[in-house]
Design a binder for this molecule. Sequence first.
Ligand code: TYM
Length: 331
Amino acid sequence: MRLVSGIQPSGLITLGNYLGAIKQFIALQEELKDTEFFIFIADLHAITVPQDKTQLRKNIRSLAALYLACGLDPNRVHLFVQSEVVEHSMLGYIMESTVYVPELERMTQYKDKKLKQAEGIRSNLLTYPALMAADILLYDADIVPVGEDQKQHLELTRNLAERFNSQHGETFIVPKPFTPKVGGKIMSLQEPTKKMSKSDENPKSIIYILDDINAIKNKIKSAVTDSDTAIKYDLKHKPGISNLLTIYSLISDKTIPELEAHYKDSNYATFKSDLAEALAGFLKPIQERYQALLASKELDDILDQGRDAARAVAYKKIQKVYKRIGLGRVK
Ligand code: TYM
């Protein structure tokens, strides 16, 4: 069995990325003992929008260190940079010949991001799901842990795998999405009916894992809550408090009903202040480990090893795909 997932190094990593994705990787590496893990930094995906080259390289290294600081075990996981395994681009291009333009135009993320693009829409913003399918199919992944917002891309990946297999013969495993029961969609702190997103213009709506600890506390304290005073999980009528309860539960060992019972006679200010302290306490050690890892030689060794392990698998797969569709020469 194989597991594959990635995160874009575009900007800073949010609490949404952590709770929706990284936290799952860490839990599953313990649970799925017989599964081989391929986790990567999706830098090729980042260039679907303009990037500053110095900043991009910084972000790539930063995300690698953050994965490890959050608890990814380099002895369990092949951790690598997507662009360093050239087969991702190769298969991405091939998957573009398997997908049709209207299928790509239907992707919600494309529709949303397209609206935000002031400088013109790059063609790879549209073809991005073909590359994402390649990332997954290259490794014969059975399981792909992602947040809710990536489920549509994964559904497309499954369709493309099936289509390719039926046109060219059994080549790819059809992967399954894995979204967390709670935390698959962490909401904005300012507009809790919207996803917490890196591209949000209001920094108060997002918690970055590497935010200054006091800034984190202030963001929680100024999070939008709901009009009555009850600390109760009710997504429809109380999206703000429900989001905070979700976050609190995921970073502590308390369930949402336990938190509701604990804060039954309390008020929003106390609840938020406790959550602010708990979150700060949770993120501080991650930030400390991150700083130590960022400067270490160990980080490069881990990424080199990850790249080599990924390449070995990816190379074989691309040879098989070339043969299936008749690219290159007979050897
Ligand atoms: P990206 O970089 O936007 O997000 C990385 C992961 O974080 C999850 N996520 C969230 N989960 C819960 N609440 C939120 N507010 C939230 N925001 C983001 C995402 O669902 C994702 O799991 N295309 C992908 C990266 C990618 C990939 C892949 C993933 C490229 N190739 C292959 C899996 C397999 C992306 O842009 O994720």
